[in-house]
Design a protein around this ligand. Sequence first.
Ligand code: SOE
Length: 377
Amino acid sequence: MAKSLNIGMIGYGFMGRAHSNGYRRVSNFFDLEYQPVLKAACARNEDAIKKFAATWGYESTETDWRKLVERKDIDAIDVCVPNNLHKEICLAAAANNKMILCEKPLAMNVAEGEEMCQAVEKAGVANTVWYNYRRIPAVTFAKQLIDQGKLGRIFHYRANFLQDWTISAELPQGGNGLWRLDAAAAGSGVTGDLLAHCIDTAIWLIGGVQNVSAMTETFIKERTHTETGKVQKVTIDDACSFLCRFNNGALGLFESTRYARGHKALYTLEVNGEHASLKWDLHDLHRLQWFDHRDEGNMRGWRSIHVTDSDHPYMNHWWVPGLQIGYEHSFVHQVADFCESLAKGTPCGPTFRDALETQKVCDAVLDSAKSGQWINV
Ligand code: SOE
């Protein structure tokens, strides 16, 4: 018999929608012992949260997250609010014995993240962080190929996350969506928002990072703040590039910016190994590019694998071979994996502890950019 997993959602922005969609659809496609129930949605703005709850089918609403985390009928708290609120909410949720699904990045910095790890570990509650790109079938497939040793020794890891939505100097900082430009709410700019995704995938695919050398730039130095109406200094990083050395000896090269005109969400990664290389591109997310030096000489070349067969990760839950799925399904997969882990009593990665590793790299990147020095992670 199916068991309910009662969700209490905090926030109603882009991620509130993406996660809610995951909860709503998962039981139609995955045969789960624990099935999410959209129990309550919470935000300070009563009209907005009522509208959100009605759209997505939440049974009730709250305007105070403290009440939500104390509710006896809630099993798991989903944290979809700006980064500066993650810690306080997660500590309270853990103290109330709630499971937690927290939006990325885990925290504003490593010190906060460490406290959050300790809180969930002390409470013994299931926890995960929404680094969703791991669960795009082509990326999960890349992980399988690397784990099977098909690339051999790994020499290089290269990743980009390029956007162009903040180029206008007229764009304010702060408030709905635009809190990502306000360091007080976000902690950092592209490092925590975009590179964190690239770092999470990299660590998952090839292992931890030893040291980093980074540079950042803030191209627009002042913006009007939505909440104060005043022109205020911008202190987030608009762009960040870094070099790193992985624990396995591989070299890494990462770039992220919100100033690459023409690129909306171009997340690309490439791994070069002794025998083979692979490439992936978010704009063509169902394909994995593969080059294998062991192929017969005159037939050697890049293969474009359409990752839609039923023996590809997650794909046996969807349509028939050849028919692709998209961005939103990575969230459905994370919910499915969380529920399956719950049934098995195993952790669902990235746990808070796993995400702390990404946070450590982000902090080292920002320290390095500030000091101009190589920083050990
Ligand atoms: C905005 O930069 C954003 O929505 C990020 O916050 C997400 O994490 C990323 O997946 C897409 O871009």
